[in-house]
Design a protein around this ligand. Structure first.
Ligand SMILES: [Zn+2]
Length: 379
């Protein structure tokens, strides 16, 4: 990977001067020496409902009739069903409820007066990722096959600043992120889809083994690799390149929902929680990240509810606009599960990421929604 990295750096060097001038003239409105955050990670599990996050396994779907369960429902219940809702959600998401909610904040529990939602009106992937990454919905983006994004993401914008240049990276299972981040314009370091993650001469036997899995595994989705394949490449990259602004996109929860396999929705949601914990713990062991890294964890859209509509999402499936957002880091007040608060929107995520790094994204993108001030503590 370092080989590839150097080539990208060389290509980008030509544009550096202009970018440096632009950044120098930019007032740092949010500049605050009190903020501890030096690194931000935005993590998304595609199409993972707020219902599972806050109430755990859904009793309506824990059966073969509605949940398409192949394994024995009794075994699944033993694993993920608890009568107490707090125990039930914690057994499904041990890191989210055992660490994130205890040391950070989590929005989106509609049963307790907290609403998080998308404003793009479509509630599917590309419009959602565009909204969270660029700070505003775009009515032109009405298809997952839209092609290169005309809008500039907060990642591309930060990468244009000398402080963050070449320290911004994207790791995602879905190949469409090349378009969502507009790689040909942004030149961001995007690792997405089934492309083998390790390139260049002199790759290790372990890297060759992982490349082989990318090349020779039978694919469930042609443009979406497995979360477990993304994870080792992601951890290797974090250890060697130490990015300061990182996007991580996990895809499986949406795919299993569309397949109508509630057993595998739960399994992939549980594994997603493990991957987030593993990334957090890996970073906290590194001096570059320990005590100065903020995680934002969310989803791109909700899904319908009930015995049939849970499988899909969009305009037709009521409630698909509802999402959730968790924040964990040194600048986030420990308020845990938020209740009876003002609604937040997906469009606020972009400016919130920038604000954690002392930057005002709305200076560059006036249409972007304001940061979520509740999650940033600055005295
Ligand atoms: Zn979907």
């Amino acid at each position: 990977m370092p080989h590839k990295f150097r080539v990208i750096s060389a290509v980008l060097f030509g544009g550096l001067l202009g970018l440096a001038v632009a950044a120098l003239t930019a007032p740092r409105l949010y500049s605050s020496p009190e903020l501890m955050t030096r690194n931000v990670v935005l993590i998304v599990s595609d199409g993972l409902r707020w219902q599972e996050i806050f109430t755990g396994a859904d009793p309506l779907l824990l059966n073969s009739k509605n949940g398409g369960i192949w394994a024995k429902p009794e075994e699944l219940k033993r694993e993920y069903w608890r009568d107490d809702v707090n125990e039930r959600r914690a057994v499904l998401f041990p890191f989210l409820w055992g660490v994130v909610a205890k040391q950070g904040q989590i929005f989106g529990n509609e049963t307790k007066g907290s609403i998080a939602r998308v404003t793009n009106g479509l509630a599917f992937s590309y419009p959602g990722y565009n909204e969270m990454l660029t700070g505003a919905p775009d009515a032109r983006i009405n298809s997952n096959e839209f092609g290169p994004n005309p809008n500039v993401s907060v990642f591309e914008w930060l990468n244009g600043m000398p402080e963050f240049h070449d320290h911004v990276a994207v790791f995602a299972t879905w190949a469409a992120f090349r378009d969502i981040f507009n790689v040909s314009r942004s030149h961001l370091d995007v690792h997405a889809g089934w492309d083998p993650p390790y390139t260049g001469a002199g790759i290790t036997p372990r890297e060759a083994l992982l490349n082989g899995l990318y090349l020779h595994s039978t694919r469930l989705e042609d443009d979406d690799t497995y979360n477990s394949f993304l994870q080792p490449a992601l951890l290797d990259y974090v250890k060697s390149q130490k990015p300061r602004v990182l996007f991580v996109g996990y895809g499986e929860t949406d795919n299993w929902g569309h397949s109508g396999r509630y057993d595998l929705v739960l399994e992939s949601a549980h594994q997603f929680d493990h991957f987030v914990a593993e990334l957090w713990n890996t970073m906290q062991q590194m001096p570059e990240y320990r005590g100065k890294t903020t995680f934002l964890i969310t989803t791109d859209h909700g899904r319908g509810s009930g015995p049939v509509e849970w499988k899909d999402h969009g305009k037709k499936q009521r409630g698909s606009e509802n999402i959730w957002l968790a924040v964990l880091g040194p600048d986030t007040p420990v308020l845990g599960e938020r209740t009876d608060v003002a609604p937040i929107t997906q469009s606020q995520i972009a400016a919130t990421i920038a604000a954690f790094l002392g930057q005002d994204f709305r200076r560059a993108a006036p249409r972007a929604a304001a940061p979520i001030s509740d999650v940033i503590h600055a005295e």
